[in-house]
Design a protein around this ligand. Structure first.
Ligand SMILES: [Zn+2]
Length: 354
């Protein structure tokens, strides 16, 4: 190779580097400052998150604050570290206040059973004229309150044939001993039908249909199985994926997130949940988690895994509230805080009788 060609190569590689640096700077600026359609992709969050620490510090204070202040940016806005959100809140004279409790997001599955010592808090008996029940059920108080409000909305609608919608709660909190009894009953019915099966094989088959104790989300006190008036009147098994064809289910798929509820065993997620699809099985996760999961079509496992990877993000809800959501590595759960006006907290604190 001639010396001239070497010099040419060197000049070209310097030029290429300059162009690359320019492109990188433009890309970073675009991602941080541009207005999106509200569906900021995971990739763009990743790019902002993985920007060089030095560059990021320079853009953080103003550009992330600018992005978070833009009311047109709904959904996941970008990755935001704790120190960054604290700085932004200080400059805005705002406070970070815990949103709904993190235990509502505990992942429970065959791969991740709840600890044997786990007992849910604040269980209440769910009673309301707005929520028909098959038999009395118990739920966490916050989940119960939101369920009653959701049922009131769903049951105020009409089905296409003119009849009223009738969403019915069938099962809520299940203690380990009750879940164990349900599981054993399934094992025995399988053994009765196939006497040659080993007990271990019968248990394996049963676990596909009924969760063994500690592997059911019903242990959390925030999970409910639903049926509908039309399914009950048909007779037979009232907990089937036939609910997916009902008006009540269509309404829940559209509205339940507003009340903090998600279908955690939705179709197409069997490889993630380790359980079969159960369109009748819903759980309360609260705000803003239900809206994030609903907008992304995520089950709890996907949301938890996403947050574990991202660590912390800012999220603007459809009602305009701005949340800082982070994964607590020590407690291994997703927590959320809402960013509120200091003056509004002061006025609530001073309100008499609260
Ligand atoms: Zn269930």
């Amino acid at each position: 190779m001639q010396p001239n060609s070497l010099i040419g190569l060197e000049v070209r590689s310097v030029a290429v580097n300059v162009v690359r640096m320019g492109l990188a700077a433009v890309l970073l600026l675009f991602l941080v400052v541009s207005v999106t359609d509200g569906s900021t992709s995971k990739e763009s969050v990743n790019v902002v998150a993985s920007a060089e620490a030095g560059d990021r510090d320079k853009v953080s204070a103003s550009a992330i604050g600018h992005a978070l202040a833009d009311p047109s940016r709904e959904g996941i806005v970008c990755a935001v570290r704790h120190d960054e959100i604290k700085t932004i809140c200080q400059s805005w004279k705002r406070e970070l206040v815990p949103a709904s409790a993190g235990e509502y997001l505990t992942v429970v599955s065959p791969r991740e059973p709840v600890p044997k010592s786990f007992r849910p808090n604040n269980l209440v008996s769910v009673t309301s004229k707005d929520l028909p029940v098959q038999k009395s059920i118990e739920l966490n108080r916050e989940a119960s309150d939101s369920l009653i409000r959701m049922a009131k909305l769903i049951n105020s609608h009409k089905r296409p044939n003119g009849a009223s919608c009738r969403l019915v709660a069938v099962s809520g909190y299940r203690s380990p001993s009750y879940q164990s009894a349900l599981f054993e009953r399934k094992v025995n019915s399988i053994l009765n039908a196939n006497p040659r099966l080993s007990k271990a094989e019968a248990q394996k088959q049963a676990a596909k249909v009924v969760a063994p104790p500690y592997e059911s989300e019903h242990a959390l006190g925030t999970t409910v199985d639903f049926t509908t008036g039309s399914q009950i009147s048909k007779g037979g098994d009232i907990l089937t994926n036939d609910i997916g064809n009902t008006e009540e289910y269509a309404l829940m798929m559209k509205e339940a997130w507003r009340f903090g509820w998600v279908n955690s065993l939705m179709p197409g997620k069997e490889h993630l949940t380790g359980r079969m699809t159960e369109q009748w099985h819903w759980r309360y996760v609260g705000a803003p988690h239900a809206e994030i999961m609903w907008s992304k079509g995520w089950v709890p496992e996907e949301y938890r895994d996403y947050m574990r990877e991202q660590q912390s993000i800012a999220f603007r809800s459809s009602t305009g509230d701005l949340y800082w959501v982070h994964y607590d590595n020590a407690a291994r759960r997703v927590l959320a805080s809402v960013i509120v006006d200091r003056d509004s907290i002061a006025s609530v604190e001073q309100e008499p009788g609260r």
